[in-house]
Design a protein around this ligand. Structure first.
Ligand code: ADP
Ligand code: MG
Length: 245
């Protein structure tokens, strides 16, 4: 683990009715670390991400961010959501707002930033994701890859301590996947703490410090990409890799 623990889950359990979707999850993500989460559909990857951002409650166990338990509700919860950005498969941009306005919105509303400052920061972030020239367009005028890069800029605008990505490239046409992964690689190099659910094994190999393999609500393996891809220990991981590689 690189540096100290930023995200810490201990003995986390969650059910949906009778379905046990998170089973005794222990996971530590160090500051500056990139953890890629892989596993079959339905194994609990999205639920794990949503639990870390407290978009889902859990029944038992503890989840800490930067040493503090996740808040239950109210202002503290809004603050937490600001500290852990989330990027989804569907970009969730506001269709009736420009790209610039999309990136400025949360800093003004949640952080009470001045409009000028928010606009300056938004332009810097759009530049960072390679979209400086698209600031005044509307989301529908952009490609899927560009929209997802706007979504990343928007998440960064809150100065998050960590970013969670839930299959950020799964909805994209193949030729757009790389431009999004490249932005994510750059974030990783800049030291951003990231949890990334993805099926992009090239990204996992090149950018992850650790690969977490989930199956049926359990973390089955948690190892370096090199160890995981060259010699998966579990039959379940071997089987999964044989299907996707
Ligand atoms: P993954 O992201 O790995 O595909 P999910 O975390 O989305 O898996 O889902 C894990 C399991 O929980 C799946 O069987 C899914 O159908 C179920 N599930 C997810 N969300 C809900 C929900 N809101 N209500 C009931 N079941 C759900
Ligand atoms: Mg999912």
């Amino acid at each position: 683990m690189a540096g100290d623990a930023l995200i810490e889950l201990r003995g986390v359990n969650k059910h949906y009715g009778k379905l046990h979707v998170l089973r005794d999850i222990d996971l530590t993500v160090g500051r500056g670390e990139v953890v890629v989460v892989i596993g079959p559909s339905g194994s609990g990857k999205s639920t794990l991400c949503r639990a870390i951002n407290r978009l889902e409650t859990v029944e038992s166990g503890s989840i800490k961010l930067d040493g503090r338990p996740l808040p239950e509700e109210g202002r503290a919860l809004a603050q937490l959501r600001a500290e852990v950005g989330m990027v989804f498969q569907s970009f969730n941009l506001f269709a009736h707002k420009t790209v610039l306005a999309n990136v400025m919105l949360a800093p003004i509303k949640v952080r009470k930033k001045k409009k000028d400052d928010a606009a300056r920061q938004a332009r810097e972030l759009l530049d960072r994701v390679g979209l400086a020239s698209q600031a005044d367009k509307y989301p529908a005028q952009l490609s899927g890859g560009q929209q997802q890069r706007v979504a990343i800029a928007r998440a960064l605008a809150m100065d998050p301590k960590a970013l969670l990505f839930d299959e950020p490239t799964s909805a994209l046409d193949p030729e757009m996947i790389n431009e999004v992964l490249e932005v994510m690689r750059q974030l990783a190099r800049d030291g951003m703490t990231m949890v990334v659910v993805t099926h992009e094994m090239g990204f996992a190999r090149s950018a992850a410090n650790r690969v977490v393999f989930m199956d049926d609500g359990c973390i089955v393996e948690d190892r370096t990409p090199e160890e995981f891809f060259t010699a998966p220990r579990s039959e379940r991981a071997k089987d999964f890799l044989s299907k996707i590689l």
